[in-house]
Ligand binder design. Sequence first.
Ligand SMILES: *[C@@H]1O[C@H](CO)[C@@H](O)[C@H](O)[C@H]1NC(C)=O
Ligand SMILES: *[C@@H]1O[C@H](CO)[C@@H](O)[C@H](O)[C@H]1NC(C)=O
Ligand SMILES: *[C@@H]1O[C@H](CO)[C@@H](O)[C@H](O)[C@H]1NC(C)=O
Ligand SMILES: *[C@@H]1O[C@H](CO)[C@@H](O)[C@H](O)[C@H]1NC(C)=O
Ligand SMILES: *[C@@H]1O[C@H](CO)[C@@H](O)[C@H](O)[C@H]1NC(C)=O
Ligand SMILES: *[C@@H]1O[C@H](CO)[C@@H](O)[C@H](O)[C@H]1NC(C)=O
Ligand SMILES: *[C@@H]1O[C@H](CO)[C@@H](O)[C@H](O)[C@H]1NC(C)=O
Ligand SMILES: *[C@@H]1O[C@H](CO)[C@@H](O)[C@H](O)[C@H]1NC(C)=O
Ligand SMILES: *[C@@H]1O[C@H](CO)[C@@H](O)[C@H](O)[C@H]1NC(C)=O
Ligand SMILES: *[C@@H]1O[C@H](CO)[C@@H](O)[C@H](O)[C@H]1NC(C)=O
Ligand SMILES: *[C@@H]1O[C@H](CO)[C@@H](O)[C@H](O)[C@H]1NC(C)=O
Length: 706
Amino acid sequence: MTLFSSHKLSLVALTCIGLLHPNAAASLHPQIPSVASFVNSGAPGFVLSTSTQVAVDSAFQSSGSPSLMSYAQTFRDDLISMTGFTVPEVKSLSMEDSASPSTIFMTLGATNHSYFNGEATEEGYDFTISSQSYIIKGSGANGAWWGTRTLLQQAAMSSVGSGSNGSITIPAGSGSDTPGWEIRGFMIDAARHWFEPSFLADMCIYASFFKLNSLHLHASDNLWDQNLISGPDWRELYSAFRFQPSEGSPIAGIILLPNETWSKENFTVLQSTCSAHGVAIIPEIDTPGHSLAITKWKPELMIPNTPDSLNLSHPDTIPTIKALWDEVLPWFSASEVSIGADEYDPALADAYISFVNEMSTYISSKSGKSIRAWGTNEPSSTASISKNVTIQHWDFPDSSVPVQLMQRGYRVINSEQQFLYLDGKTSDKGQFPVELDQALMWGGAPDGGGWAPNIFTRHDPHNNTDPSNPLLRGSIMAIWNDWGNNATTPLEIYYQLARSLAVFAEKVWAGSGVRETALTQDQFNSVYATLNAAAPGQNLNRAVPPQPNNVVFQYPTVAEPQTSAFDSVGPPYTLTFTIKPSNATEISVPLLDGTSMRVPYDGGVIFAGRDSKLHVQSLAFEDPATGIRYPLPYALPADEYTTVAIHATRSYTYAEIGGSVHWWTTDLDIWGEYMKPANMSFAAPSHFIRAEGFSGELHNVSLVLG
Ligand SMILES: *[C@@H]1O[C@H](CO)[C@@H](O)[C@H](O)[C@H]1NC(C)=O
Ligand SMILES: *[C@@H]1O[C@H](CO)[C@@H](O)[C@H](O)[C@H]1NC(C)=O
Ligand SMILES: *[C@@H]1O[C@H](CO)[C@@H](O)[C@H](O)[C@H]1NC(C)=O
Ligand SMILES: *[C@@H]1O[C@H](CO)[C@@H](O)[C@H](O)[C@H]1NC(C)=O
Ligand SMILES: *[C@@H]1O[C@H](CO)[C@@H](O)[C@H](O)[C@H]1NC(C)=O
Ligand SMILES: *[C@@H]1O[C@H](CO)[C@@H](O)[C@H](O)[C@H]1NC(C)=O
Ligand SMILES: *[C@@H]1O[C@H](CO)[C@@H](O)[C@H](O)[C@H]1NC(C)=O
Ligand SMILES: *[C@@H]1O[C@H](CO)[C@@H](O)[C@H](O)[C@H]1NC(C)=O
Ligand SMILES: *[C@@H]1O[C@H](CO)[C@@H](O)[C@H](O)[C@H]1NC(C)=O
Ligand SMILES: *[C@@H]1O[C@H](CO)[C@@H](O)[C@H](O)[C@H]1NC(C)=O
Ligand SMILES: *[C@@H]1O[C@H](CO)[C@@H](O)[C@H](O)[C@H]1NC(C)=O
């Protein structure tokens, strides 16, 4: 194997030469999130090469869940994919034998690791780097896992400009690192938008590279449209409950679109992929508001004329909600779940509070899990929510002014919308940015310092708290999908999250103004692109290895269906072709028995790939994840040659045809109040060329990066 046989690191090398100082051994490179402390030994560094091996301490290999051994195996896969080196199977060695040459050794036993609130944590690690070995000692298996992310990030940064002599050198020294907060998560609204489990799994893997440890999965909800919901056609409003009940389940009736549900098996695979990467899934079933999926099934449970709100006083309401949890609680491996419980009529506060407390007791007795609820304005002079419930603050003003909640003894998670909310594609009137606002993240605190989980507002220091507040558990940023399935492709959601998760990860790990080693905005900007491109285990960028002249493929004539080596190619790209669709009204389709059948001709599909298809009819792009088509206001003439050049970036896709430009757009239905046109970004459908049911000629096909 030669160095950079992996395309990822070679992309890094090509794009980032000159960014960093050439002497890679000088110090640890900045990385995301920053490492709490590191002292350079000045000795020769650790060389990652084809002779590197990964070993775990035999005394601890089964410790943790996932175990140290399991984490080491996942790490080995990442190391292979990032470097292209052939790394042998993970070995189990005693501490004494760990001093073999070129060994990455994972062990446990690091002490004195605690979050900023003083609580001891298993997520810390110490590490010692010498020319002989790279030793990672976790305070728990999770800590050792985060230590492997540090190694990989240093490898990615060290390979920048390291030449091509077959090795990557990581500077020698020793360090210690601990996250500031226990909860470092991101929420995806997977209720108003359907996502395949494989996409969510890739998001976990990506987030894990930046040491985020939880995915909050908002899994039941509905779109909002005041007229529709209060009128006779309320059933037409999109709603979903994503967990597919088992056959014959008492809750089977809640599923209206079985093709948009996760089976238990699908979910379990997703959950274990996330967990193997140190990321816990916190599922949310949102009631008693946001409950249209339930009232479409049991209309008698709604508050009259308010179909998304459940009547908690109806004798069947709470048993129905409990039945939902009964079905799915056994699926979940995390120690906590979210019952949602936001935006419910404050006039019904006593019923609301009693409900939240009943669910806390019920879920705890059924599963041993504790619950979270969104901060909600539910004032009562007689009742209060149990302190066993963690409150996830998102909005001022409400009864959950977070500092007051903590003063009263509640544990709090910061999801304040002013800092941490995004909406798929765009928000109503620009209320939220497309990506987390970097100016706010680096300078949005009242004193001009950066945001951190202890900062709830930029305006009033009294509403913020200290990083050491024992009741502040951490933070979860959120991307909502208020405009539903047709607002975005899944990859567009990744584009909004990619950089957002990285900056958020720095802030929830290191805080702002706590550690001298925390990143500056300039340092973050100087390393983000390299680390994003190097993140292993997924390819959400849909990057391809460097191609001569940036040409992915080029064919003078495509007379028969054919395939390329790439199932999808991420933007930016230009896809060009000359096409002459036949004017046929019927075409012949081959059948399995060797005969064929005449079917009406709709133009067929010219290109298809993992993330998109391009139809002849209206040159519509299709998103295979949702089946939605996005047509152009344009029709290709039959029986004529037309040359089409498709240009795409992460923000838009347009076609240039005979000097005219046509944009692929969607129409966002903003709360049923107005329609807002928005651009669509599509990855190139690069796998099948002349894909399905096309009749006519196809020439001069090329896909060029950039
Ligand atoms: C543990 O950490 C604290 C705070 O960082 C420090 O003051 C203390 O000296 C450390 N103790 C040991 C035994 O390292
Ligand atoms: C590899 O190249 C780097 C940078 O050019 C150099 O510092 C290092 O000494 C070389 N290593 C070997 C083993 O030749
Ligand atoms: C769900 O799991 C089944 C069985 O493993 C698999 O065939 C199917 O593709 C999965 N569905 C999704 C959406 O991942
Ligand atoms: C809720 O249900 C109860 C019991 O069926 C009923 O008495 C009450 O009127 C309902 N509340 C509303 C607001 O409809
Ligand atoms: C809180 O949880 C503890 C432990 O599960 C339990 O003993 C206690 O009764 C709960 N308190 C309330 C108010 O629910
Ligand atoms: C905190 O936030 C609340 C709600 O916005 C506001 O009313 C109050 O003035 C703020 N300041 C303090 C000190 O609570
Ligand atoms: C299709 O094109 C052929 C050749 O140009 C022509 O003979 C035929 O009439 C056309 N058929 C239709 C339905 O337009
Ligand atoms: C699921 O089926 C419905 C109804 O047939 C359809 O409208 C929807 O597009 C399908 N969803 C997906 C993800 O294919
Ligand atoms: C997208 O879906 C909304 C309903 O949520 C609908 O009103 C709108 O017309 C759709 N947009 C397009 C371009 O189909
Ligand atoms: C699509 O993007 C282009 C280029 O940025 C912009 O000029 C145009 O206004 C956008 N269209 C919509 C509907 O936002
Ligand atoms: C394909 O490109 C070649 C070279 O530019 C050109 O001569 C030829 O006419 C093109 N073919 C079509 C069908 O446009």
